[in-house]
Design a protein around this ligand. Structure first.
Ligand code: ADP
Length: 472
């Protein structure tokens, strides 16, 4: 089904519309031309007969007598059997002769209205009779040698012409229907073929994201506008790739450069605290400064991770491993953190679930989700981990009974540096990078992450990854 606003639909509509207009114009001209030709032909025949009557019969009417004229007309022209109308009118308006109606009853000759004034020159007219039937009548004024004026009217039914034109109209109507069908189906296939590369370019363009800016759109060497468009788009993607690459390198270099001084600063602060007098103001202040340094180091680490993920390092090493085992062991390592808050972690992994990917990166996914679950769950809450396989996917669920995420914030939760409550996250040491790192790693592994959350009731994050192919 094509969309009414698509180029394909609009072109087919225009193409079919134009073809119909041209067809109607040509058909109309043909109809009008044939109509006038047939009428002209019919009127020429009627004029010829009227002139014959005027010249040969009425010219000598004084010598032959009017009765002779009437007999001659009946003998020569037999108006009734030839479906012809003939009327001779004297100058005073009295009728000398009028033919009777034809045997098929196509018209009634007596209903033809007499002309109000006698025309001076030959003329013709169409007349529609009250009881049906249309006639074309030629009128020729005649004057006998004795100077008597007459009007000769000879007519014929227009029915045969109208029947012929009606047939032509039917034929044009059927041909128009065929033209419409051919125009629409032919146009649809032609335009579909012409626009097929656009579909392909769109499909490929949709696949290009920040993580695969090295990919390019297909360029068909057709030499047309589409080739130029793909080439230009490819140049644009290359420029974007350069710009992102530059950006990425800058963040990676900056965060890398910051790591060493921060480690030194941290060491210095720790030794300052240990050397300061216990419970002194210096120790308290140095403690606060150390907290900030630790936070800064975490942000820098996050930035460094983000930059490396953007550079396509999300899956540096690819190995087959059991996600259930990785999650269980990570949960065990982190349970101290939970115990501090009296949070119970339960891990349900009934069966091994094998995936293929970078173990260290996927561990980071588990750590970040678990860390958030613990961070945003009040004391004595619960965190449940669930690992299973379903529909060829490995599924990891991290559910907590924590504060939940407000509906308004949910669409932005995976954005970098987004925090629902910056003050609160800051207190907990979060910079808003954890979930964006989770998303990047999942995407790079061909998986996805989503969540359900209700404010005040808790959240459930669900990671889905492709299962590793079975080993033989
Ligand atoms: P942060 O380092 O601040 O935790 P994240 O990217 O991990 O950053 O998370 C972004 C924001 O999403 C957090 O600031 C927090 O408000 C919210 N959030 C993440 N996980 C949870 C959760 N399990 N429960 C409630 N809020 C969450």
């Amino acid at each position: 089904m094509i969309h009414p606003r698509s180029i394909g639909f609009r072109l087919v509509a225009w193409y079919a519309g134009l073809l119909i207009v041209v067809f109607v114009l040509v058909g109309g001209l043909m109809y009008a031309g044939l109509h006038s030709y047939l009428e002209h032909d019919l009127s020429a025949v009627q004029f010829r007969r009227a002139r014959q009557i005027a010249g040969t019969l009425l010219g000598n009417v004084e010598t032959t007598g009017e009765a002779h004229v009437v007999n001659e007309i009946n003998a020569w022209f037999t108006p009734e059997t030839n479906d012809r109308f003939i009327r001779l009118t004297r100058a005073d308006g009295s009728v000398l002769f009028v033919s009777s109606s034809p045997p098929d009853g196509s018209f009634d000759a007596r209903q033809v209205t007499p002309l109000a004034t006698r025309p001076q020159v030959p003329d013709w007219r169409r007349e529609t009779l009250p009881t049906g039937g249309r006639l074309l009548i030629a009128s020729v004024p005649a004057v006998s040698r004795g100077g008597h004026a007459y009007l000769v009217e000879v007519g014929a039914s227009l029915a045969p012409i109208e029947a012929l034109l009606g047939r032509l109209l039917d034929l044009l109507g059927s041909a128009l229907a065929i033209v419409v069908v051919i125009a629409v189906t032919g146009g649809y296939f032609l335009i579909r073929r012409a626009l097929a590369p656009v579909e392909e370019i769109t499909r490929r363009a949709e696949r290009i994201t920040l993580h695969n800016l090295k990919e390019r759109l297909p360029v068909l060497p057709t030499g047309d506008e589409l080739e130029r468009l793909s080439v230009s788009l490819n140049h644009m993607i290359a420029r974007l790739d350069d710009a992102f690459e530059h950006n990425r390198r800058f963040i990676a270099d900056a965060s890398h450069e910051l790591r060493t001084p921060l480690t030194i600063l941290r060491g210095e602060m720790e030794s300052l605290i240990s050397q300061a007098k216990p419970d002194s103001e210096i120790q308290a202040r140095a403690g606060t400064a150390l907290e900030e340094v630790v936070r800064l180091a975490r942000i820098v680490e996050g930035l460094f991770n983000v930059a490396r993920l953007d550079a396509g390092e999300a899956q540096k090493e690819c190995q087959r491993f059991d996600l259930a085992e990785l999650t269980t062991s990570t949960a065990e390592q982190m349970c101290l953190l939970a115990e501090d808050k009296g949070i119970a972690i339960s891990c349900h992994a009934p069966q091994p679930v094998f995936v293929e990917g970078d173990r260290a990166r996927l561990k980071q996914v588990v750590v970040n989700l678990l860390d958030n679950a613990i961070k945003y769950t009040p004391e004595h809450g619960k965190v449940d981990l669930l690992i299973f396989a379903a529909n060829q996917r490995a599924v990891l669920e991290v559910a907590d009974t924590g504060i939940g995420i407000p509906a308004a914030a949910q669409p932005r939760i995976f954005q970098r540096f987004f925090r629902v409550d910056p003050a609160r996250s800051r207190e907990m040491g979060g910079a808003g990078l954890g979930l964006s790192i989770v998303k990047s790693i999942c995407t790079a592994h061909g998986g996805e992450v989503d969540f359900q959350s209700r404010e005040g009731q808790g959240s459930r994050f669900k990671v889905q990854l492709p299962l590793a192919p079975a080993t033989s």
